[in-house]
Design a protein around this ligand. Structure first.
Ligand code: HGY
Ligand code: MN
Ligand code: MN
Length: 407
């Protein structure tokens, strides 16, 4: 069948979406059987593009177009993992579009003056383990090796999961790359928001990527009978947590550059007729302004401790993750803008509210992102969708970018 480039990408992504733990939406967590099946598919398509294939000890699958000894290298790609019951485009589309572009370049007999690596990172979402950006942080040399001891909900450590996947985590420190000879990292990603659709555009140039931090809070009170303990004698952990959740929302509404989300809440004993004895929740803060985000994090930690004291609760807070805001490189933004214009589309610039592998790759090299329109702005949701036409435009832009990039 003579697919268009966008149809070919859609065909690949349909197969990849089946590498999922769940029927409803895509659940593909790192170092799982689903990850392995996806990696096997990606390897086949990388081979068809004439790429040499390897996997590094952080579980990153690497497809390399080799232009010759000593030539500079352009890094591309994104993450293979998804959230739970997420969509079929977040991350994985950036890997597929890069491969389809290199397949087309090879079929047209074009030789590039620089090498290219398509990086399929294992774990960007941080859903299985309480950490994220393992692959790019290993390449940038910024990974805190302590995270390798963190465990998933089944008690499996990241170290054991890596080993089970055929990687040797003790070698991760050796993955740190020198920035010399790297032309940059360009990540293609579905927008995950409604802006391009609102503008009526298929593609966009990302100007900056939000910073992010995540806190885990545990309130401990006293589980008690819901019918016999008067209100003033209770140590209700959930009521305390609720006060902090509302304060986080109020703070983010008050501060324009701040977003706050409580996505996880675990209540114990979680039964209808018992006062909750303990509650664990996540608070995630995002902002393009690191100082604003960090100040908000400190304010919420203080508020939580004061709330616990007032309610005679214990409170344990840990900031489990942070990633500074990232500015995209002007030169690479212009290269992307030129490529979009060459496809006949209007050039449009926008920031990214989502974080990406590029956020961590910025500690190694200059970064930029090409956004692809996201239907109704829906993401981290089974309804996430990018059209054949828009993906075809993105591949056309990547081909122009690769064949015109100044070194
Ligand atoms: O949460 C994010 O912004 C990304 O999807 N991990
Ligand atoms: Mn995501
Ligand atoms: Mn993503």
């Amino acid at each position: 069948m003579n697919y268009s480039l966008g149809q070919k990408a859609q065909h690949y992504l349909t197969q990849l979406a089946e590498c999922s733990e769940t029927e409803n939406g895509v659940t593909r967590l790192p170092f799982t059987a689903q990850h392995q099946r996806a990696a096997d598919l990606i390897k086949g398509w990388m081979c068809e593009a004439g790429l040499s294939i390897s996997m590094d000890d952080a579980g990153t699958l690497i497809g390399r177009y080799n232009a010759g000894e000593g030539k500079p290298v352009l890094l591309m790609g994104s993450h293979q993992d998804s959230v739970k019951q997420g969509g079929g485009y977040d991350g994985i589309m950036g890997i597929v579009l890069g491969i389809v572009a290199l397949q087309a370049i090879q079929q047209r007999g074009i030789r590039l003056p620089f090498s290219v690596e398509i990086l399929a990172f294992a774990d960007e979402e941080g859903v299985r383990f309480p950490t994220a950006l393992l692959g790019p942080r290993a390449l940038a040399g910024t990974l805190d090796l302590d995270v390798l001891n963190r465990t998933d909900s089944d008690g499996v450590s990241l170290t054991d999961a890596l080993r089970g996947f055929g990687a040797n985590p003790e070698n991760i420190p050796k993955l740190k790359r020198s920035p010399d000879n790297i032309l940059g990292f360009i990540e293609t990603h579905i927008e995950q928001g409604p802006v391009l659709e609102h503008e009526g555009l298929p593609l966009g140039v990302v100007t900056a990527i939000n910073g992010i931090e995540r806190h885990t809070l545990t309130f401990t009170g006293q589980a008690a009978h819901a019918g016999t303990v008067p209100m003033h004698l209770r140590k209700d952990a959930l009521a305390g947590a609720a006060a902090v959740i509302l304060e986080a929302e109020k703070l983010a509404i008050r501060i324009p550059e701040l977003l706050a989300t409580v996505g996880q809440l675990n209540v114990s004993p979680n039964v209808v007729n018992a006062v909750p004895g303990s509650v664990t929740l996540s608070i995630e803060l995002r902002s393009p302004n690191d100082a604003v985000r960090e100040k908000a994090g400190e304010m919420l930690q203080s508020y939580a401790l004061e709330t616990a004291q007032l309610r005679d609760l214990e409170c344990h807070i840990e900031r489990t993750y942070s990633q500074n805001a990232t500015l995209c490189d002007d030169g690479l933004q212009q290269a992307i803008a030129h490529a979009i214009a060459a496809t006949g589309e209007k050039v449009f610039y926008l920031p990214s509210g989502a974080t990406h592998d590029a956020s961590a790759m910025a500690d190694l090299t200059k970064v930029a992102m090409l956004f692809v329109r996201c239907r109704k702005g829906i993401s981290h949701n089974p309804a996430e969708y990018a059209s054949d036409e828009d993906m075809g435009k993105a591949v056309d832009a990547l081909i122009v970018l690769l064949t015109n990039l100044n070194q």
